[in-house]
Design a protein around this ligand. Structure first.
Ligand SMILES: Nc1ncnc2c1ncn2[C@@H]1O[C@H](COP(=O)(O)OP(=O)(O)O)[C@@H](O)[C@H]1O
Ligand SMILES: [Mg+2]
Length: 239
């Protein structure tokens, strides 16, 4: 557990109508960490990220970010606080070029005066973006599109980056590239929370993880702690 949490999710309950999706979910994320939210399809991973971003109906509980309760902050103000999210399945504008897509990440007033320097920073970090800047996003591979989506989210100068299943649909070789990219982002001091179904895949990237089942946290710990737990060995590693 981190000494001082950047983000604290406390006893979060989320209901869609009468249907409860998250049950007393609590998580802590320390400054500079990479934390994985794990669990099978439908376990509530995306809902956790959406709840942090104010995009899910929170019934009770709190999401504290640097001392501020995000459940009381409108979603459009989160970018200004230093929070950015990469949506599941990338959601690029497929008719637009790589650079046009990346530039869209700098729309917010808190950064739009710095667009040029942000673009330089992002293209410097990931030179392929500059090489491919005029390519139409829709014609790129899944992995390349994921890179563009990550780059776009970095344009808003986040200190906390949320990623919903960044590996989804990618071949193992590409997963490695995306993992390296996320590590690189983390080395720049950006805290990362990502969702992943495949527990094993997540371990190479995350410092710690939380395992969800049926909307409840059933296990948490470092990759090492989790890989040796009975639940993980039985359910996910087929031991
Ligand atoms: N907008 C919604 N309305 C009703 N139910 C939803 C909605 N979004 C998600 N759910 C339900 O909440 C549960 C958790 O979904 P989700 O957070 O997307 O899981 P995961 O990301 O782990 O696959 C699922 O049973 C899903 O059907
Ligand atoms: Mg999901």
């Amino acid at each position: 557990m981190p000494d001082t949490a950047m983000l604290q999710v406390r006893d979060l309950n989320v209901l869609y109508g009468d249907y409860q999706v998250l049950w007393d979910v609590s998580m802590e994320v320390g400054q500079g960490e990479v934390v994985a939210v794990l669990g099978p399809n439908g376990s509530g991973k995306s809902t956790v990220l959406k709840a942090i971003m104010g995009l899910a109906p929170v019934k009770s509980g709190a999401v504290m970010f640097e001392g501020k309760d995000l459940t009381k902050v409108p979603t459009h103000e989160m970018v200004g606080l230093g929070i950015s999210m990469v949506l599941e399945r990338r959601r690029l504008f497929s008719q637009m070029t790589v650079r046009e897509n990346v530039l869209l990440g700098a729309y917010h007033r808190s950064v739009n005066k710095e667009t040029k320097s942000r673009l330089e920073w992002v293209e410097n970090m990931f030179p392929i973006l500059a090489e491919r800047r005029d390519q139409v996003a829709g014609r790129m591979s899944g992995g390349e599109q994921q890179m563009v989506a990550i780059a776009r989210s970095l344009m808003s100068k986040p200190r906390l980056l949320l990623m919903d299943e960044p590996y989804l649909g990618l071949a193992p070789r590409i997963v490695k590239q995306i993992a390296d990219m996320i590590k690189r982002v983390n080395q720049e001091g950006i805290t990362v929370i990502f969702n992943e179904q495949n527990v094993q895949l997540s371990f190479g990237l995350s410092d710690r993880g939380y395992l969800l089942e049926g909307g409840r946290v059933v296990l948490s710990g470092t990759g090492d702690e989790m890989i040796h737990s009975d639940v993980i060995r039985r359910v996910y590693l087929g031991a």
